[in-house]
Design a protein around this ligand. Structure first.
Ligand SMILES: [Zn+2]
Length: 201
């Protein structure tokens, strides 16, 4: 804790300035998570169901660079469906941004959607080529927005914590450089000896 008013004010400002970055980042992530969640919700609520037959089902893996330059392998299910909307036949890959480092989980998804098997898919009434096979109120369908919302919340909390810290330091009692009595960091003059506490440097 700084012990003179000048240093306390500087530290208070510094903490608040540092806090701006995680706060803005957090708010951005929260906004992104909100729009993404709304989109997934629209798919579950408004997209229509069609019976579809699987044409192709593949497990795809890719390398992703994680923190500390560690490489992680992520798995994704690539599934093509054929289905009919208003008498017209469509064949399209099912969109899914869900990927997982859990090989067994994805393998199970691919096997559950083996070629020739029938499933209910959701298609966008405005563009029947856009389909989802995993739409539902499930963790995996909402994991994208959930991840954004959680990291946004964490980042914004860190920003708020820095702001609170800055405000605490700004309100802290510090020593008057002239008489040594405790004074508020925001006071302009010492109430005991009258010494000015604001010096322009
Ligand atoms: Zn004083």
């Amino acid at each position: 804790m700084p012990n003179n008013p000048q240093a306390a004010r500087a530290a208070s400002l510094l903490f608040k300035v540092i806090g701006v970055f995680p706060l803005l980042l957090g708010l951005g992530l929260l906004a992104g998570g909100w729009f993404s969640a709304k989109r997934q919700y629209t798919i579950v609520k408004d997209w229509l169901s069609a019976d579809a037959v699987v044409m192709r089902s593949e497990l795809v893996s890719r390398q992703k660079r994680m923190a500390h330059n560690r490489l992680a392998t992520l798995y994704q299910a690539h599934i093509d469906f054929r289905y009919a909307v208003a008498g017209k036949e469509y064949t399209a890959p099912a969109g899914s941004d869900y990927s997982s480092s859990d090989y067994a989980e994805m393998k199970q998804r691919v096997e559950a959607n083996a070629p020739g098997t029938h499933h209910s898919v959701r298609y966008d009434p405005a563009n029947p080529y856009a389909i989802r096979y995993d739409a539902g109120y499930t963790f995996s369908f909402f994991w994208g927005p959930l991840t954004l919302l959680l990291s946004g919340l964490m980042s914004a909390s860190i920003g708020v914590a820095f702001f609170l810290l800055g405000s605490m330091v700004g309100k802290a009692r510090v020593q008057c450089p002239a008489c040594g009595k405790p004074v508020g960091a925001r006071e302009r003059a010492c109430p005991y000896c009258g010494a000015g506490l604001v010096t322009n440097s």
